[in-house]
Design a protein around this ligand. Structure first.
Ligand code: CTP
Length: 233
């Protein structure tokens, strides 16, 4: 693909959907197919609020609601996104699901071309929506989401099956129905069956490539204008 780095502003894609719907797989697929340098996935998980020791103790018993919008520090998320959008060197917090807290390390992002913001609440906050160029909602059946989630929780997030099921029933599914599913209406495109849906994904890819091509052309025109102005000085 014809592409002229670095653009002045990165292209932002937001991908929302139920926990376990396949947001990460769709993000990775897009990155792999686009093949544009400095494309990054930014997870909304990095912006979970810090908990007190008492709250963390509840989290270890699956009695803490990580699926409410209140669990996420949207102000911090917006600060980070705005900074990346302006092309500034930006510290992004890292999150540990096994510890239920931010790690000591941050990831430094500098000069991204494309940013994919993925998370259950990626299409929730108006300020995030205003920053995003393309909004995607991944649709998947609850039972598929739940099966994937239990598998991942136990294998990768150090959880117990009984506690994972409890969390799903008490917090994950009710919050999805109440707060996340309604954000589907914000999406430019809804992708049923996630990464399996190659027709939808290829259409999406064609659209993104077109938008990037336009962005590159605009960028080149601006550079040329700048060059002409310099010649005249
Ligand atoms: N969560 C958790 N413990 C924490 C913080 C978050 O169990 N300390 C859970 C929340 O219950 C929330 C989920 O993490 O539902 C958000 O991550 P999810 O969307 O499931 O993960 P992704 O891999 O980003 O999504 P997908 O499975 O769609 O790829």
């Amino acid at each position: 693909m014809e592409y002229v780095p670095p653009w002045k502003e990165p292209y932002f894609i937001a991908i929302a959907g139920c926990s376990g719907s396949g947001k990460t797989s769709v993000s990775s697929w897009i990155i792999q197919k686009l093949n544009v340098p400095w494309t990054i996935i930014l997870s909304m998980d990095n912006f979970y609020r810090e908990l007190t020791n008492e709250q963390r103790a509840l989290a270890f018993e699956s009695n803490w609601d990580f699926d409410s919008p209140d669990a996420i520090d949207f102000d911090l998320a917006i600060e980070v996104l705005q900074s990346i959008k302006k092309g500034k060197k930006t510290d992004v917090p890292n999150y540990s699901f096994t510890e239920h807290k931010r790690t000591d390390r941050t990831t430094i992002i500098y000069g991204a071309n494309i940013v994919i913001l993925e998370g259950i609440y990626a299409l929730y906050d108006k300020r995030v929506l205003d920053l995003v160029d393309l909004k995607i909602f991944v649709q998947e059946d609850y039972d598929v989401c739940m099966a994937r989630r239990l598998h991942r929780d136990i294998l990768h997030r150090g959880r117990e099956l009984r506690l994972s099921i409890k969390q799903w029933e008490r917090f994950v599914k009710p919050n999805f129905i109440r707060n996340i599913q309604p954000t589907e209406k914000e999406a430019d495109i809804i992708v049923p069956n996630g990464v399996e849906n190659k027709i939808a994904l290829n259409l999406l890819l064609t659209h993104i490539r077109l938008r990037l091509k336009t962005k590159s052309a605009q960028h080149l025109a601006e550079l040329a204008k700048l060059g002409r102005n310099c010649d005249q000085d």
